[in-house]
Each structure stands twice: as C-alpha cells, then as structure tokens.
Write a protein that binds this ligand. Structure first.
Ligand code: S3P
Length: 433
C-alpha cells in the first residue's frame, strides 16, 4: 500500500494545462462509439484506470481501437460480439451501470465484474428498472451486487420510468436501453443530473428530446432505426479533477490557479460557484462550444466563510470531498445536507470525510445525509483514502496547510494519474515510509 506525504505550501501562481481529461465524457465517448457504423475519433481520451477498463470492454465487444498520436480511433464491429471473458469495470460504477443499460438490449451473454470496492456498491438502481422492461440480469443479492450476468436480447419494452434519484448513471443506462426498445420511452428525474449523454447522443443524431415538466427533468427517447453518426470529439479537462487545485488556490493565501480547457457545463461547475459564494474569486473564460461549453477557470485565494449546501447536490456530488477541505479552512460553520448518495460512492464518503477531518483536529458532526464542519486549522495527520481517489486527493490538498500523510493512494490512478506531478509544482511531495 503506497502512501504520500505532502509538505505545507507557500503562495503560488500556477497555470495548469494538463488536468486529467473528463472521466464521464471519456467513458461515454468509448461506449457511444459502438452505436455508429463508422469510426469515431476521440482526442484527449482519459488514460486512467477507470476509462482504460471501459476501452478494453469496448474492444472485447469487437471494436477496433487504434491509438494514432494524440487521438484514438474506435471502429465498431459490424455486429457486437459475445466476449469470451468477464468484462472487468475495475473501480468504476459509471462503467458498470452504463454497460448494464447498453448490454441489456444486445444479443449475447455478458458478465460484468469489478474490484472489491465496486462489488460492494448497489446496482439495483439500474438492474431493477431494466428488469421491469424485460432485461435478463442477475447478480449477487438478487441482482444488486456484481458480478452481474446479463443475457442480452432484442426484447426490451418501451417504458415510462420516474426515477426517485437524480443519477446520470441511471439516466444513461435507461436512455441506452430506450434506444433499443420496441417503441418510444420516457425517463424523468427529480433534478437535472449531468447531461453529457443527452448532448452527445443528440450530436450523433439520436432522436432524444429533453424538457422540464412539473419540476421534473424529462427525457423522451425514440428507438434507433439506423446507426448513429460517429463522434468526433476532444475531451475537455475534468472539472471534478480541476476542483482539487481550485481548492488549493482558494485556501493558500495570495495564490492563484488557472485551470485550462475545462468543461463549463453548468451541471459540472456548481462546486466552483459554491467556492465563489464562500468568498474565493472565481472567473470563467468561455472559449468554445462543441457538445459542451469549454473554457478556463481562474481561482484566486481570499478569506473563506462557512456555507450551507443542500440543493443541486447531484451537481456537486463528486466535488464534496474537496469542498469539505475548503469548509474546514473557512470562518464559521458549514453544513452539507441531502447528500446521502455520498454513502454509496467509491467509499462511504460521509464517514471518510468525517473520520479524516477529525484526525486533522477539525470539529465535525455526522448526519445520515451529510455533515457539519466547524472551520479551524487543519493539523498535520496520517489519514487513509479508504481506497477512494477523491478522498486521497482531497486530503493531499488539505496537507498544503500544515502537511499530511495519506495512505493507500494507488486509487488516484483511477481518475487522475498526473495529480502528484501537478501537486509537486505547489509543494514537496514524497513517498511515505
Ligand atoms: C457519473 C455520475 C455521477 C458521478 C460519477 C460519474 C457519470 O453519479 O458521481 O462520478 O459519469 O454518469 P450519479 O449516477 O450518482 O449521478
């Protein structure tokens, strides 16, 4: 088990143009390329464990993946093939849930599996609605836990599904099932979750319409009557990865960080808005619009004040661990509520955040659906990542104040392999004992 030690940082002014490419868009670009009959071209695909696992699965389904310099070209097979191996999603809940929806309507037998963390995470949020429309899926705990076995078939019924949670993974799985169903389907969620799927599939020519009705976000999907157009996409930098360095820029006095070519999709930058409300200076510089608005984000340090966060939780779910570090540095009390989804991420993020902040001498109260943090001074401590990349990176950023040792940091490879290299431009980073 590898551990990392970070030393306190001095003021810095850093321009970062190599933030990891977006994980959500990378997964989708690989999987959606299978919906076309022509080669898709993807620039800046995320070369991290989660998305490389997805790419490998796409290959096992018969696609040809060719790396040509800066781009990858994915040529789909004439007919998707039944793989001889189990399909390993590694640590990725996104990969596993999206593939469930995709494979449910593809003829063949597929087994989806993953690492010990992924095998603990709930899958019934996708397996139940998919079974209701005729998908044959089974797994441990009656289909709730991986490994999952899918007997894919051309039998999916059109549906009207009202999801009780705002989850982009569930939405994507159901939209993909809807594309293969025998009629028009309708999916709705209580609040708009990240909408890369809708943007990308519409861009590829899918007949998808989206609107708000009775305060719910609705997606109507018509089944595919021909292959979609291929993707030609440059993956922007991942705002969830960029946000670690936004917090660093906000909490180290007299500092500034410029995060280049990040997606400015409103469903992804809410955490930057929260940081702004806490007092940090944040500027957005829109540069282009291709599938998504893309630009630079500049964050300048300032004294932070406590904040209450209880709305638009799905827009900041991945950034809450890093935001909790900003909250621990703020003046006053901060509160996060309505965030029980945090308990079923790569770790139980509520207990990971609470336990680690307490080790750093910060007063924290735990709730079933969130936590309360009393701002103070983050002390040097030895904390664990609980195998969760976002917990590992958040506490390395916390260490920029007074130093920190974080154990079990291999998980950073799942989303942000060059995180340590960038962190080392701000402060000294060493391997632990
Ligand atoms: C993701 C959706 C989010 C997020 C995850 C990536 C996606 O989960 O936490 O890291 O790419 O669809 P939800 O399904 O809970 O929205």
């Amino acid at each position: 088990m590898k551990s990392l030690k970070v030393a306190p940082a001095k003021e810095f002014n850093l321009v970062i143009d190599n933030i990891a490419p977006d994980k959500s868009i990378s997964h989708r670009s690989a999987i959606f390329s299978l919906l076309s009959d022509k080669p898709s071209t993807i620039y800046n695909y995320l070369q991290a464990e989660d998305t490389l696992n997805t790419l490998k699965i796409v290959q096992e389904l018969g696609a040809n993946v060719k790396k040509e310099g800066e781009k990858i070209v994915i040529t789909p097979p004439k007919k998707l093939q039944e793989p001889t191996n189990c399909l390993d999603c590694g640590n990725s809940g996104t990969g596993m849930r999206i593939f469930c929806g995709f494979l449910a309507g593809v003829e063949g037998f597929f087994i989806l599996t993953g690492d010990k963390y992924l095998k603990r995470r709930p899958m019934d949020r996708v397996t139940e609605p998919l079974r209701e429309i005729g998908a044959k899926i089974d797994g441990r705990e009656e289909g709730n836990k991986a490994p999952l076995a899918i007997r894919g078939d051309n039998v999916l019924k059109p549906f009207k599904y009202e999801s009780s949670i705002a989850s982009a993974q569930v939405k994507t799985a159901m939209i993909l099932a809807g594309l293969r169903a025998k009629g028009e389907s309708r999916y709705s969620e209580p609040e708009l979750s990240r909408d890369h799927t809708e943007r990308m599939l519409k861009g590829m020519g899918a007949e998808i319409s989206t609107f708000f009705e009775k305060e719910r976000y609705v997606v109507e999907v018509k089944p595919l009557n021909k292959p979609l157009e291929p993707l030609n996409i440059t993956i922007p930098a991942d705002p969830s990865s960029a946000f670690f360095f936004a917090v660093a820029g906000a909490i180290i006095p007299n500092s500034q960080v410029t995060l280049k070519n990040v997606t400015l999709n409103p469903t992804r930058i809410e955490a930057f808005k929260v940081l702004e409300k806490m007092g940090a200076k944040v500027e957005y510089r829109l540069k282009e619009n291709r599938y998504e608005p893309i630009g630079d984000i500049v964050v300048k340090s300032a004294p932070l004040k406590g904040i209450e966060v209880k709305e638009k939780i799905s827009w900041l779910i991945d950034e809450l661990p890093a935001l909790s570090i900003a909250m621990a540095c703020a003046n006053g009390v901060s509160r996060v509520r309505n965030a029980k989804e945090l308990r079923v991420k790569e770790s139980d993020r509520i207990s990971s955040i609470v336990e680690n902040l307490r080790k750093c001498g910060i007063e924290v109260k735990e709730f079933a659906d969130g936590y309360e943090i009393k701002g103070g001074e983050i002390k040097k401590a030895k904390v664990n990542s609980f195998g969760d990349h976002r917990i590992a990176m958040s506490f390395l950023i916390a260490g920029l104040i007074n130093g920190m040792e974080v154990e079990d940091v291999e998980c950073i490879e799942t989303s942000f392999p060059n995180f340590q290299e960038i962190l080392a431009q701000i402060s000294e980073v060493k391997s632990g004992d």
